[in-house]
Design a protein around this ligand. Structure first.
Ligand SMILES: Nc1ncnc2c1ncn2[C@@H]1O[C@H](COP(=O)(O)OP(=O)(O)O)[C@@H](O)[C@H]1O
Ligand SMILES: [Mg+2]
Length: 296
C-alpha cells in the first residue's frame, strides 16, 4: 500500500486504509488485500481495490436520488496533493467525514449466512419471525432490514429493530431502514437483470450536515453476497460470485481457517481477479479497462 509522510493515516481496516484529507474530509483507499473466512491472505489480488472502488462509485451515482452519499470525488486531481499519484488513482474515494451510526444496516432479500443459521435454529432472524419451512438461500417474501452492532473486536452481533431503536432512537432507525431497503431493492432489481443475485448487503450511514448519508463502500462483493443467478438453487448454498475459486481451493487444503493463511497459487489469484472484474463489468456495463489506474 502507498505510504506517504504527508497524509495522516486515521485508521487501517482489514482491506482499506483511511487518511485524513483535511477540511472534514477523508481519503478512503481500498487495497488489494483479500480476506477469506475473516483471515487476510498474504497475496494481494491485483486491481481488487480499484474494482471495488469503481463499483461503489457506480452505485453512489446510480442511487443518488434515494439518499445523499459521503462521496466527493474519485478523481485524483481532486485529492490532496500528496495523494495525487498512481498509487492512489482509481482505488481512492475522497469523502466527507460523517458522524457514523453505531450500527450496520443489513438488508436481506434471501436467507443466507448468519440469518439462515439463526432461522434454522429458532425460526426467526434478528428477532424477526419468518414464515415456517423456508429453505436455505430462498428468496424472502420481501426484503428485511436486519441491523447488527459494529463490534470493535470479534464478530458483529445481529440485533432486533427494537434494540437498534434503543441505541440510536426511533426516527433515525426508521430513516436508516427506509434508505437501506430503497437502495437494496433498486440495486437488486438492476443486478438480477444482469444475471447477479444480491442476496444481502450491508450499508453504513452517518450524519453529514444533519442529514443521514450513505457512507463507507456500497454494494460491493466485500459488503454483500453476490450469487451468479444461474447457480442459485434453494436448499443449497450458492457459490459466491467473487470468492468461490479461492474458497474451493482453501477448503480443498483442509486449512483450519486460523492465521497464518496458506500461500495461494497464481492461478487462484488470477481467477479471483477475473471474477471481480467480470462482476464489475456485468453490473455497470462499463469496461474496467476504462477505469483509471488499471494494471496494464
Ligand atoms: N464518511 C465517513 N466518515 C467517517 N467514518 C467512515 C465514513 N465512511 C466509513 N467510515 C468508517 O470507516 C471505517 C472503515 O473501515 P473498514 O475499511 O471497513 O475496516 P474494517 O471494517 O475492516 O474495520 C468503518 O469504521 C466505517 O464505519
Ligand atoms: Mg468495514
Amino acid at each position: 500500500m502507498p505510504m506517504n509522510q504527508s497524509l495522516t493515516k486515521k485508521y487501517s481496516g482489514k482491506v482499506r486504509d483511511i487518511y485524513d484529507a483535511g477540511d472534514d474530509r477523508v481519503l478512503m483507499v481500498a487495497s488489494d488485500r483479500m480476506s477469506a473466512f475473516d483471515v487476510v491472505m498474504n497475496e494481494p489480488v491485483p486491481d481488487k481495490g480499484r474494482v471495488l472502488t469503481a463499483m461503489s462509485a457506480f452505485w453512489f451515482e446510480h442511487l443518488r436520488d434515494i439518499a445523499p452519499s459521503h462521496l466527493i470525488s474519485t478523481r485524483s486531481a481532486d485529492f490532496p496533493a500528496s495523494a495525487r499519484s498512481r498509487d492512489y488513482e482509481g482505488r481512492s474515494m475522497l469523502c466527507r467525514v460523517a458522524d457514523m451510526l453505531p450500527i450496520e444496516c443489513i438488508v436481506r432479500g434471501y436467507l443466507a449466512g448468519s440469518a439462515w443459521k439463526e432461522y434454522s435454529a429458532t425460526g426467526s432472524t434478528h428477532g424477526l419471525q419468518l414464515p415456517a419451512g423456508l429453505l436455505e438461500s430462498c428468496q424472502l417474501p420481501e426484503p428485511v432490514f436486519t441491523p447488527s452492532t459494529k463490534a470493535a473486536l470479534g464478530h458483529d452481533e445481529n440485533i432486533s429493530f427494537d434494540r437498534a431503536v434503543a441505541l440510536i432512537g426511533g426516527p433515525t432507525v426508521e430513516r436508516a431502514r427506509d434508505i437501506a431497503i430503497g437502495l437494496y431493492m433498486r440495486a437488486a432489481e438492476w443486478a438480477i437483470e444482469r444475471g447477479i443475485i444480491i442476496a444481502d448487503t450491508k450499508f453504513e450511514f452517518g450524519f453529514i450536515d444533519g442529514e443521514l448519508a450513505v457512507c463507507d463502500e456500497v454494494l460491493t462483493p466485500d459488503s454483500s453476497r453476490f450469487w451468479p443467478a444461474d447457480d442459485w438453487h434453494p436448499g443449497t448454498t450458492p457459490p459466491s460470485f467473487d470468492k468461490q475459486p479461492l474458497r474451493d481451493y482453501l477448503e480443498g487444503l483442509g486449512w483450519d481457517k486460523q492465521p497464518p493463511p496458506p500461500s495461494l497459487p497464481p492461478e487462484i489469484i488470477d481467477a479471483t481477479r477475473r471474477r471481480y472484474i467480470d462482476g464489475y463489468e456485468r453490473i455497470t456495463g462499463r469496461s474496467f479497462a476504462d477505469w483509471p489506474g488499471v494494471t496494464k
